[in-house]
Design a protein around this ligand. Structure first.
Ligand code: IPM
Ligand code: MG
Length: 381
């Protein structure tokens, strides 16, 4: 895994960390269990203690407490130095059992993003050359490997704009959703993207749709203003629809990409697609005072409880927490390396082994156990 600059690291002298653990719904508890195994080993190997505070969040919280983001969960998250969250949500049919505004995405996830103002969402899209066989793209397209970080603005745009539903003068039902950003919101996400880019290849792709959207016109204006502060970073402006094509045709041209909320939601799932599985998509959601870490994918209710889900995204989210919230950059790199070694030994969970018959399929907890075995064998720097 690439080494990301630690721009969120808290005071490194603080060695006792409180971590809120919210397994979520569907495959969440299974993949969280593996992530917690890794976290416990990290605690054992390093001069840190982790106080894990378990909390209900999502549909499970709604069914048990009547709210998807109950007050006691808020209290735990408020106290925590970092939050680790599993995927949430139910199948389309099951969701209908919950009132629209309490459904976990609207009732828990968006309120959490807003509560902690976690505006900077880092979504690594990473596939080293040796794992090219997992990707649906041809090896010659993957070349030396894919190594992108998508920086998605997470608390603005259509997700949080005003909404109106009603019946118009012609008697037709209508809906209106607004896409709103102010310059401060754009500027703060740009600083994240530029700092990240400065510590990597110094090429920043700015994703927009300024030929249609006024929001993108302002977005690009602010981008130009902020760019002046980072003369070493080359900015490439590119339309969002063109990016969708280029991610398939030539993903290796991208390093850091910055985009607004909705574009980031869509393109990051495409990122999972070019890797071969959304199970390879961890993420960090960073605010100025609080951060939480979650897989970029959903709760996959269709495969829940079968011990076949890929815990990579959840364990990768732990690695991102070690780096960004606790400044444990070397140990984070070890966790990434441990996972890559499991793959290069020829193992993977069902999502990826289905794509390649030379890979031996292992279960969710076998994957976790192998990662733990690899990490245990790694020297502590
Ligand atoms: C994501 C997810 C969420 C989003 C859903 C669950 C609300 O798809 O984190 O990408 O749209 O942001
Ligand atoms: Mg999404």
């Amino acid at each position: 895994m690439p080494c990301l600059p630690s721009i969120q690291a808290t005071d490194k002298r603080l060695k006792n960390y409180k971590i809120a653990i919210m397994p979520g719904d569907g495959i969440g508890p299974e993949i969280m269990q593996e992530a917690v195994k890794v976290l416990k080993l990290v605690e054992e190997r390093n001069d840190v203690t982790f106080e894990l505070m378990h909390a209900l969040f999502g549909a499970c919280a709604y069914f048990e407490k009547g709210e998807a983001f109950p007050q006691e969960t808020k209290d735990i998250c408020d106290q925590a130095d970092a939050i680790v969250k599993g995927p949430i949500g139910l199948s389309h049919e099951e969701s209908k059992k919950i009132p629209v505004d309490e459904q976990p995405e609207r009732g828990a996830l968006l309120p959490m993003r807003r509560r902690y103002n976690t505006y900077a969402n880092y979504r690594p899209v990473f596939l080293p050359k040796g794992l090219a066989h997992f990707s649906p793209l041809k090896p010659q397209v993957i070349g030396e490997g894919i190594d992108i970080i998508m920086v998605r603005e997470l608390v603005g745009g259509l997700y949080f704009g005003e909404k109106e539903v009603g019946v118009n003068e012609q008697g037709l039902r209508y809906v209106k959703e607004t896409l709103e950003y102010d310059e401060a919101q754009i500027r703060q996400i740009m600083h994240h993207a530029f700092k990240l880019s400065s510590g990597r290849k110094k090429v920043l792709h700015n994703i927009h749709k300024s030929n249609v959207l006024k929001s993108s016109v302002l977005w690009n204006e602010i981008m130009e203003e902020v760019a002046v502060e980072y003369p070493d970073v080359k900015v490439i402006n590119i339309l969002v629809d063109a990016v969708a094509t280029l991610l398939c045709l030539k993903p290796t041209q991208f390093d850091v990409m910055v985009m607004e909320n909705m574009f980031g939601d869509i393109l990051s799932d495409q990122g999972g697609g070019i890797l071969g599985s959304l199970g390879l998509m961890p993420s960090a959601c960073l605010g100025d005072d609080k951060a939480y870490y979650e897989p970029s994918h959903g709760s996959a209710p269709d495969i829940a409880g079968q011990n076949i889900a890929n815990p990579y995204s959840m364990i990768g989210s732990i690695a991102m927490m070690l780096e960004y919230s606790f400044g444990m950059v070397d140990e984070a790199a070890n966790v990434w390396a441990a996972m890559q070694e499991v793959f290069t030994d020829g193992y993977s969970t069902a999502d990826l082994s289905k794509l390649d018959s030379s890979v031996t399929m292992i279960s969710t907890n076998e994957f976790g156990d192998k990662v733990v075995g690899k990490l245990r064998a790694m020297p502590i720097v």
